[in-house]
Design a protein around this ligand. Structure first.
Ligand code: CP
Ligand code: NVA
Length: 303
């Protein structure tokens, strides 16, 4: 059974094909998921992921059921494995947003239907697909693209680094020394880059990192489930994307954010709302990219 738990669950060629199809099929309404049901089990809030999957399934002729994890027996101690085995008897696919990637991996191991990662503390691979699609709408040759992520070394940074490295791009992840990505995430990105012709850099100086950047990317300083700690806020102040950091970048540089954003924290309001921002294109592309992912995983599983 094929799942999408992390970016590397698709090959570089499959990612390229998926993005090409997402661009070609924007606005498609079909019945490829007719008679199929997708479940969504979310333990954390969501706007984009929830709504884009809901609309995507509708546009492909399928049925969607959203279930908040706390309303399930999971919240009363039913095991992840029993839940996965039972839901596999009703549904044709499931999107899960939860805390630990290990729990998601356990769920997938027991599931006989495709499982899609709708965000964990460690990864956000659906976001990475939409990010790549957005970059590739603006740049034909990905091998010449420098993407710089600034801020907390979190789930979004990990999956962005995966996909950029895998697609042969130049990815720079710039974080405070205390908030760098976990070692496994840096190792993954390095290995993917080596294999696929990309380059990776991990650094702490935002003035150096942003030099000649084609895309500047940031995310919230406090992810879902994290406490707002004043020390962390202080460490991250120099990494805010504002006009000063943007001035170091390529004049054509675009600014990305997975949203939700905190204006005045990780990004200045006039940058997020300004002419270089492509955040709404990114958000829209969640829908287009995920429809192709659903087709690939759910209709392939039936074939
Ligand atoms: N970017 C993203 O995943 O947004 P939501 O948390 O609103 O789904
Ligand atoms: N890093 C953020 C991403 C939200 C889409 C979080 O996990 O809350």
């Amino acid at each position: 059974m094929r799942h999408f738990l992390k970016v590397m669950d698709l090959s570089p060629q499959e990612v390229a094909d998926l993005i090409a199809a997402a661009k070609a099929n924007k606005g498609e309404h079909s019945d490829v998921l007719s008679g199929q049901s997708l479940g969504m089990i979310f333990a954390k809030p969501s706007t984009r992921t929830r709504v884009s999957f809901t609309v995507g399934v509708y546009e492909l002729g399928g049925h969607l059921m959203f279930i908040s994890e706390r309303e399930m027996q999971l919240g009363r101690g039913e095991t992840v494995e029993d839940t996965a085995r039972v839901l596999s008897r009703y549904l044709d696919g499931v999107v899960i947003r939860t805390y630990s990637q290990a729990d998601l991996d356990r769920y997938a191991a027991a599931s006989t239907i495709p499982v899609i990662n709708g965000l964990t503390d460690e990864r956000h691979p659906c976001q990475a697909l939409a990010d790549l699609m957005t970059i590739s709408e603006l740049r034909d040759d990905l091998t010449n693209v420098k993407v710089v992520y600034l801020g907390d070394g979190n789930n979004v940074a990990n999956s962005l680094a995966n996909i950029c490295a895998m697609m042969g791009m130049h990815i720079v992840v710039c974080t405070p020394p205390e908030l760098e990505q976990p070692q496994w995430a840096m190792d993954e990105a390095r290995e993917l880059a080596e294999k696929n012709g990309g380059t990776t850099e991990f650094m702490t100086d935002p003035a150096v990192a942003t030099r000649s950047a084609d895309f500047l990317y940031t995310d919230v300083w406090f992810s879902m489930g994290q406490q707002r700690v004043p020390d962390k806020q202080k460490q991250l102040e120099p990494y805010r994307i504002d006009d000063e950091l943007l001035a170091n970048a390529n004049p054509e540089c675009k600014v990305m954010h997975c949203l939700p954003a905190h204006r005045g924290e990780e990004i200045a309001a006039d940058v997020l709302d300004g002419p270089k921002s492509i955040v709404l294109q990114q958000a829209e592309n969640r829908l287009h990219a995920q429809k192709e992912l659903l087709k690939k995983l759910m209709s392939d599983a039936k074939a």
